[in-house]
Design a protein around this ligand. Sequence first.
Ligand code: UT7
Length: 318
Amino acid sequence: MMYSKILGTGSFLPEKILTNFDLEKMVDTTNEWIIERTGIKQRHIAGTHENAATMADTAGRNALAAAGLEPADIGMIIVTSTTPQLVFPSTACLLQARYGISGCPAFDLNASACAGFMYGLSIADQYIRNGTIKNALVIGSEVMSRIVDWNDRSTCVLFGDGAGAVLLGASEEPGILSTHLHADGNYKDVLYLPLATSQSPTFETVKMMGNQLFKLAVNILGDLFDETLAANQLEKSAIDWLIPHQANIRIIEAMAKKLNLPLDRVALTLANQGNTSSASIPLALDLAVRAGQIKRGQLLLMEGFGGGLAWGSALVRY
Ligand code: UT7
């Protein structure tokens, strides 16, 4: 039996930080409102010299180094970005050139933003388990600051920039135990980003029905946990860590409660990074691994959801 295992993780955060107090000067909001309703205190913002490819580059190199591998060992690159530098070539192809390699498949994956990393992880897992490739680099890299309306207080306080990467490799020991992906296009208006047009040639900005999305998220994630545990014939008590998409602390708390997990068993980056869309799960994973919190052999439940709607989970023996 062949598995794909997480051999290394990496991440990158831009240096510039935007605090809730900075936002108080930009829109009609308060530090207290943002903390109470979302759990966010600050977020990182990419500089003009940074983009999805530069951030993915560093995150990917850190994951390679953690795995003890070289760029030449990579058998597939998947970048789950909805904020690429170019529409094409893909950020994954730009990365290939930056790493000085060629030949392996490289592509960007847009699973409607925030759920992207779960989709990328699942695809890489299939290719490794069926023996087509040995190693895959899966990276979420997002420059959300370039697609939010900085005059809209209901969205601009939520998002941040960053990248997170996972190097997956073939292993006879259990790694990814199962992945579960879903989507429902009937909810397209709940969270979307229109294309730029000739009338508005710059980026359009994110539109969100926050309250509806909040309620949908709590329901679909609860069902997703049940599905993931049932597929592995496990009880929730088996889970060591929840690695959630970082959208809102109230959603995360509800999910931890559903699993009977204390918050110190949840990888949390929301307060310092805000919502980095498809980068948030690998970022949270990498920081918890590097802090020595997540240890080899532990059982991780990862979940992501976002526009589409699209959502997914992975149960992983780290
Ligand atoms: O990664 C993609 C997934 N995204 C999500 O999952 C987001 C899910 N949704 C949420 O996290 C929450 O719905 C929000 C944080 C976006 C909003 O929190 P809420 O508790 O659902 O607030 P609300 O939208 O119901 O708005 C409550 C009030 C409104 O004022 P009125 O109508 O009651 O007078 C808003 O205008 O809060 C107001 N408001 C703000 N006030 C101060 C909205 N944004 C702000 C703000 N500062 N930044």
